[in-house]
Write a protein that binds this ligand. Structure first.
Ligand SMILES: [Fe+2]
Length: 235
């Protein structure tokens, strides 16, 4: 059970989209950073390339990012994984070729007071669906797939698999229109009881910020591939 649940709830606020935060040159710098970083994982099944945003590749960009995020959310600490030298990783850059399913990014330490997460799109086509529903345990992927649910030997940094969400939010069927338009990769029964808080249409230069307790997933709208930077914070 999460220790600081009261404190976490106190800092919650509606998702926020900040437009025109990064200019074209800065986006180019992010893309170059992505190119320069070493691959962390290439998951062929999920069709995703993941790179950790390690410090030291572009210090100007690190500073810019940190300060702009601080301006929006106040004081925070990074809560991404750490690198081999115990240094904070600034985020996770993902190049995905297929949509990511329903999950929550609660982190891997129940004692942490999770705070906000941010998303910076580096490619123009895509969207992210944030649900009103919240979950306060560790990083979890929500699924009904029995093969997925069998996975118990997870390595550090991998989401737990669970179907617990189906017991938490009631039985109201999910909105058919939204499912058809944005969430075709999800079985509609897996979305039972969920309601949409915000659909963030990716726009290069903008940034999305939302509470880490929100269930969310990417939409099924992908043209070829999309690249985004996700950063997780704690208090
Ligand atoms: Fe996520």
């Amino acid at each position: 059970m999460r220790e600081k649940i009261k404190e976490i709830k106190k800092t919650e606020s509606p998702p926020k989209v900040i437009k025109n935060l990064y200019n074209k040159e800065e986006i180019q710098d992010f893309l170059k950073l992505y190119k320069d970083l070493p691959v962390t994982t290439h998951n062929k099944k999920q069709n995703v390339v993941k790179k950790r945003w390690l410090q030291g590749y572009n210090e100007k960009l690190e500073k810019l990012f940190f300060e702009r995020l601080k301006k929006e959310i106040g004081d925070f600490k990074m809560d991404n994984l750490q690198d081999e030298n115990g240094k904070d990783v600034y985020g996770l850059i993902q190049e995905s070729y297929s949509p990511i399913g329903l999950h929550v990014d609660g982190g891997f330490e129940l004692k942490n007071q999770i705070y906000k997460q941010s998303l910076i799109p580096l490619t123009p086509i895509g969207s992210t669906v944030i649900f009103k529903n919240r979950f306060y345990e560790m990083s979890t992927s929500f699924t009904q797939d029995p093969e997925e649910l069998k996975k118990k030997n997870l390595s550090y940094g991998q989401n737990k698999r669970s179907s617990e969400h189906l017991k938490l939010y009631g039985n109201k069927p999910f909105d058919k229109k939204i499912h058809e338009q944005y969430l075709k990769h999800e079985n509609i029964d897996n979305l039972k009881g969920l309601e949409v808080e915000l659909i963030y249409e990716w726009e290069v230069g903008s940034m999305l910020i939302f509470d880490r307790s929100h269930l969310h997933c990417s939409s099924s709208v992908i043209e070829g591939k999309k690249i985004g930077i996700a950063t997780f914070t704690k208090k």
